[in-house]
Design a protein around this ligand. Structure first.
Ligand code: CA
Ligand code: CA
Ligand code: CA
Length: 208
């Protein structure tokens, strides 16, 4: 009986090291990647051989296996390691993770034009991440606007006038045509002075 108890204790102690039968590690784990700035994105690790980290993990009795910036472990990863294998474009700056497209902003209005470059973090002043400036030489303009023809020169287009009057542009144009058709050519007498209204559609004889 004493020998049986000793045998059982040896088996438990053997398995407790993390090794099973045939020298095979019985625990499985995951890969973690070095993350120096702790932003959740890994430093460059592609050159590391992950299988070496796993082998090291086996050789160390299911401890943490290392290879380059990679760790294979069954337990919690140590500080500065993340499970995210997406590469950090700058592992010393936690404010950036991925390359971005930056646009030249010539007029300084915060919206870039069509010229661009790719950079991890700001490449310097004069470049912004927003784009679509239709005129990058005029800070008062960023996007295209709709302009309307102003036939009568009063500074108000057809659509605006129609909206102010509460009628459709089509109705407004029809009314303008009707009014224009009803205007009669004035009879002008030579030697008299006449005045023209601001719409240049009505002429009358000046008093006196
Ligand atoms: Ca990082
Ligand atoms: Ca970073
Ligand atoms: Ca601009």
């Amino acid at each position: 009986m004493a020998n049986l108890r000793l045998f059982c204790c040896l088996v438990v102690a053997f398995l407790g090291t993390g090794w099973g039968l045939y020298g095979q590690c019985s625990c499985s784990g995951s890969y973690y990647y070095y993350d120096g700035d702790e932003d959740g994105y890994a430093a460059n690790w592609q050159s590391a051989d992950r299988s070496l980290a796993y082998t090291d993990h086996i050789d160390s009795g299911c401890g943490q296996g290392h290879s380059g910036n990679v760790i294979y472990t069954c337990g919690s990863p140590p500080r500065y390691y993340t499970s995210n294998s997406r590469e950090d474009c700058d592992d010393n700056d936690r404010s950036v993770q991925r390359d971005e497209t930056w646009y030249y902003d010539s007029d300084g209005d915060g919206v870039g034009g069509s010229q661009r470059q790719t950079s991890c973090g700001s490449p310097g002043s004069g470049l912004v991440t927003s784009s679509g400036d239709c005129n990058d030489n005029d800070a008062s303009v960023q996007s295209e606007r709709t302009f309307y023809q102003d036939n009568d020169g009063d500074g108000v287009g057809i659509r605006v006038t129609a909206r102010l009057l509460g009628i459709s542009p089509t109705t407004l144009i029809a009314r303008k045509k009707r009014i224009a058709a009803e205007i009669k050519e004035p009879v002008l007498v030579k030697g008299k002075t006449y005045e023209v209204d601001e719409l240049r559609t009505f002429i009358k004889k000046k008093e006196g």
